[in-house]
Design a protein around this ligand. Structure first.
Ligand code: TXA
Ligand code: MG
Length: 314
């Protein structure tokens, strides 16, 4: 984690190209969108994405929104649909996030999607966000740029006060015009409102020509919370000192095991690999013994996720 104060970059050509270079190098950069400031990282770089959760002090791994320069880039990561086409034509760039099924070979870190088969995508409005994403030339994962549990940042000063000592840079473009997070619509089934936000629901319904389902009707938990989780089929046993007969082992630190979250015991690497490791072990079709993972820093979110994966399911 960074301890020096972050660099404040002005939103001109030089500042934007420095911010893009830092993002490409795996650093965290807060950047302005029309809704709120985002805490950005290269969405293909698992350790950079893990650093987002570390900097925010998030005790859970919620999936993140992936920001793109334009619709063409967005389409390259997902199986695009007719509804997506309508909504993107009407509202992108703008305060609308679309959740769509991931396409094979998408190349995004599994931490971005929390292991889910879907991803949340958004093309933010405003020349600065556009220029930055264009300069990065790839997908940028970004939650709101505030410490976990605090209100979203709508100025560079808010970002600096909350996260200034934990991130590489802040791209300052003054206050955000919308000031409210994007509206999130799920399109992996019938169009569903997952979170109300900066784009009025009425506008979305008028564009589609029919009402959106609500999250309750679609039987998913409340917006803002985890909407769904990748759930391994295999049974997990946590804090295992060693394997019982027939178990495969998820290790942490130097130890004999089938799959290791981080042989060197690095929590950032472990976070980045968590969902890949669970998918790999799940494919082996045997119960999983999980070695103890320290309960500090990113270890809290890792343990939270493992506990959910181990919880009995209907
Ligand atoms: O305006 C915004 O949306 C801001 C700016 C920075 O773009 N971002 C933002 O991100 O509000 P965050 O992380 O605070 O909220 C992301 C929301 C979470 O509630 C998460 O559960 C949901 O998006 N989400 C992300 N991926 C999802 C997925 N695959 N399925 C369902 N929900 C998802
Ligand atoms: Mg937030």
């Amino acid at each position: 984690m960074k301890t020096a104060a972050s660099r404040l970059l002005s939103a001109d050509a030089a500042g934007i190209s420095q911010a893009a270079a830092l993002l490409r190098a795996g650093e965290l950069v807060a950047f302005p969108t029309e809704t709120v400031y985002g805490l950005g990282a290269d969405a293909r770089n698992g350790e950079a994405v893990a650093a987002i959760f570390e900097a925010k002090g998030r005790p859970t791994f919620n999936p993140l929104i992936v920001h793109l320069a334009d619709t063409t880039m967005a389409k390259s990561f997902v199986n695009w649909t007719e509804s997506a086409n309508r909504l993107a034509r009407a509202f992108w760039p703008g305060p609308l996030t679309l959740v769509l099924p991931l396409r094979e070979g998408h190349g995004l870190s599994t931490l971005v999607t929390a292991g889910l088969p879907t991803v949340a995508l958004r093309v933010p409005a405003g020349p600065v966000a556009h220029a930055l994403l264009h300069a990065v030339g790839g997908p940028v994962a970004a939650p709101s740029a505030n410490p976990s549990g605090r209100i979203s940042a709508t100025t560079a000063a808010h970002v600096s006060a909350g996260l200034g000592d934990r991130i590489a840079a802040i791209l300052d473009n003054g206050p955000c015009s919308v000031g409210l997070e994007s509206t999130i619509v799920g399109l992996d089934g019938p169009p569903t409102l997952l979170r109300a936000g900066g784009l009025p629901v009425e506008d979305i319904e008028a564009c589609l020509g029919h009402p959106l389902l609500t999250a309750e009707a679609a039987q998913i938990t409340a917006p803002g919370q985890m909407l769904s989780h990748y759930a391994p089929r295999a049974r997990l046993r946590l804090d295992a000192a060693g394997p019982h007969a027939g178990e495969v082992v998820l290790g942490f630190g130097p130890m004999p095991c089938d799959v290791n979250l981080s042989p060197s015991g690095d929590l950032r690497e472990a976070a980045a690999r968590l969902f890949d490791c669970l998918h790999q072990l799940d494919a082996m079709g045997q119960p999983i013994a999980v070695a103890p993972v320290p309960r500090h820093g990113l270890g809290l979110a890792i343990n939270d996720r493992l506990a959910r994966a181990a919880a009995p399911r209907p």
